[in-house]
Write a protein that binds this ligand. Sequence first.
Ligand code: BGC
Length: 373
Amino acid sequence: MRKGILSIGAAAAALTLGLTACGGESGDTSAESSGAPSAAAGDAKPGKIGVILPDSKSSARWETADRKYLQEAFDAAGVQSDIQNAQGDKTAFQTIADQMITNGATVLMIVNLDSGTGKAVLDKAKSQGVATIDYDRLTLGGSASYYVSFDNTAVGKLQGEGLVKCLTDKKADKPIIAELNGSPTDNNATLFKQGYDGVLQPKYDSGDYKKGPDQSVPDWDNTQAGTIFEQMLTQEPKIAGVLAANDGLGNAAISVLKKQKLNGKVPVTGQDATVQGLQNILAGDQCMTVYKAIKKEADAAAQLAVSLAKGEQPQASGTVKDTEGNRDVPSVLLEPQAIFFDNVKDVVADGFVSKDELCTGDFADKCTKAGIS
Ligand code: BGC
């Protein structure tokens, strides 16, 4: 029996995975409770890891960050991998999963497009002895052996608190708030909303803020977000603060505000610390974003996947309740960070975006003001 402790990253919480090599004599029942099939147990050669990303439009992160960091982690571990993107197509998602399994994947990591289709993919994989990981989005009622993400309610809380800070800085009086929520089929969007409504609802209740339009954006579609926000602003021209659930939705709102010369006057939130979101912050058009250190998320997930590919049965440090499946899913959750003008530099210092891509053209001066050197 071999027992080892793997430590991922430094700063984030809940980052220790205890690894237990499989083999019944360990007496460790957690292996069973994880439900992970021991795909390549005893094999000298590790199995192959398949990853399906959701799309490349709802956020820049999937292609610019997640793919890159996952690939680097698999390569560093010397394990074969195949990372593909379903481009928002649920049928393609299932086809990619089937092909990956046919081509020898023994571990499948997915970012679902919705829980229903995600569950079908996970269940099918599991029935074929393939170990599964929910990456970033929990598949409600699903059967993934592990879940790796950020504390998504904490993400929403930072957004709510960030909007309050920006409105306070602007000395806003009884501001009308618009909420532009993420996809109704993404469990994360539900958690983000729980987080920010936890901050905003008491303000609505006390009369400090006035609740304005509140709408979800199907599939996080940025174009639809623009149309929705345009309607919101027509219906309620005095919107004074926008809780946008990610940088793409925030940018859609900013584009509409610009047409009314309201950009910079109406604070807008975001998430993902995308180059566009950070530039909107530097320009003063966006109030804040939430930085999620995706390298740590990718490393944590890759570490689990590599261990599974070697036939081990890793143990995650915590669990997350899948309320629909009434199941405690072994999980790793990381801590997000709020980013305002003054600490955009932290995201650059962390290597998530480079000064070269951020500080282009007119942004060069603003970068200097924000202390990005
Ligand atoms: C992710 C966000 C992302 C959004 C749209 C969410 O599930 O957690 O980081 O912005 O999906 O892709």
